[in-house]
Design a protein around this ligand. Structure first.
Ligand code: NDP
Ligand code: OXD
Length: 310
């Protein structure tokens, strides 16, 4: 029987174990602390495992990351270099991201921030109508999540573009690729949505230089990773009124320290890394099927390219 060691850093392992036993009763997925013969375990199913996990399982060959982003695993020195890493592709998160970004994009497109300000001043004034096609949304990252978001946003009639490493053919989406096309992409973007993985190339991409290329009055929404955003640069651009507002879901330090100035900023909306969460049934299905394909010597999708960093 194939034994897999399950490690979830902050949530209970119980719902995952139940879902694995429901969908894949022949896989012996167990809480990592309750495994009798750890030296026989080749497969780990993990979210942010500590060094103790790797010390307990010296013969791992494969890790299944319980989320989409693998930055925490790739920067963890305890993860052996020879271990292959598979990540969750979608796992129910694309639909949640669509809801999350739609909510905030509609907030700005329909001037809800401005109407809230007017309310505070007891001001009754209808703002001019703007066709949705004049609202340009730019998505940084057109992968599993960004590509589905790009398709979804078209139902509102927004003018949608995306930026990735390689050019994409997505119906109705203007595709920009590579560092040389970033400036052109930013210059046409009223609402910048970040769904990039954190890599050495993307760290700090939401910096003063890049965000200044956005037209005056643009907004920034970051659900990638906290390290994409240079918070001081964002605050300056908000205070200079170059940017109209920002939504931040991910932070360099989570939870965000109580004394951080972001908590107070009137133009910043925040959520606690909750834009999308791995859903048990689709994630378990994906991991179980991937593991079966590995055992059958097939090449399943979701393998992380360590050189690329995602
Ligand atoms: P994918 O790997 O499927 O997509 C990544 C996209 O980013 C690809 O389009 C890729 O381009 C592009 N990209 C990567 N590096 C560069 C670069 N240097 N220049 C330009 N484009 C680049 O990832 P997912 O869509 O599954 O997830 C994206 C990220 O979203 C995760 O890594 C994670 O950080 C974040 N996330 C956040 C969550 C939250 O709750 N806040 C939940 C889930 C994910 P190409 O297609 O050409 O390779
Ligand atoms: C993920 C996340 O990467 O939840 O899946 O941040």
């Amino acid at each position: 029987m194939t034994t897999c060691a399950l490690y979830t850093s902050y949530e209970s392992t119980e719902p995952w174990l139940l879902e694995f036993s429901r969908q894949f009763p022949h896989l012996n997925v167990q809480d990592w602390q309750h495994i009798a013969n750890p030296e026989h375990v080749k497969y780990g199913i993990v979210w942010k495992p500590t060094q103790a996990f790797f010390e307990r399982f010296p013969n791992l060959t494969t890790l299944f990351n319980l989320g989409a982003g693998v930055d925490a695993l790739l920067s963890n020195p305890a993860v052996p270099k020879h271990v292959e890493i598979y990540r969750i592709e979608d796992g129910g998160m694309a639909a949640q991201m669509n809801q999350y970004f739609s909510y905030f994009l509609l907030h700005y497109y329909r001037d809800m921030d401005r109407y809230q300000q007017q309310k505070q001043q007891k001001q009754w004034q209808v703002l001019p109508f703007k066709p949705a096609s004049t609202f340009s949304v730019g998505i940084l990252g057109l992968g599993q999540l960004g590509a589905q978001l790009a398709q979804h946003l078209q139902s509102y009639g927004f003018d949608v573009a995306g930026w990735s490493r390689n050019k994409k053919q997505l119906q109705g989406v203007s595709s920009y690729a590579g560092a040389e096309e970033l400036e052109g992409f930013l210059k046409r973007t009223d609402a910048l949505c970040c769904l990039l993985p954190l890599t050495p190339d993307t760290q700090g991409i939401l910096n003063r230089h890049n965000m200044s290329q956005l037209p005056r009055g643009s907004v920034v929404i970051n659900a990638g990773r906290g390290q994409h955003l240079v918070v001081e640069d964002l605050l300056e651009l908000l205070d200079e009124n170059h940017l109209r507002g920002a939504v931040i879901d991910v932070f360099e330090q989570e939870p965000l320290p109580k004394e951080h100035q972001l908590w107070q900023h009137p133009k910043v909306m925040m959520t606690p890394h909750s834009s999308a969460q791995s859903e048990y049934p689709p994630c378990v299905k994906k991991i179980g099927n991937t593991l079966q394909a590995i055992i059958d010597n097939k090449n399943p999708s979701g393998l992380v390219d360590r050189c690329r960093g995602y």
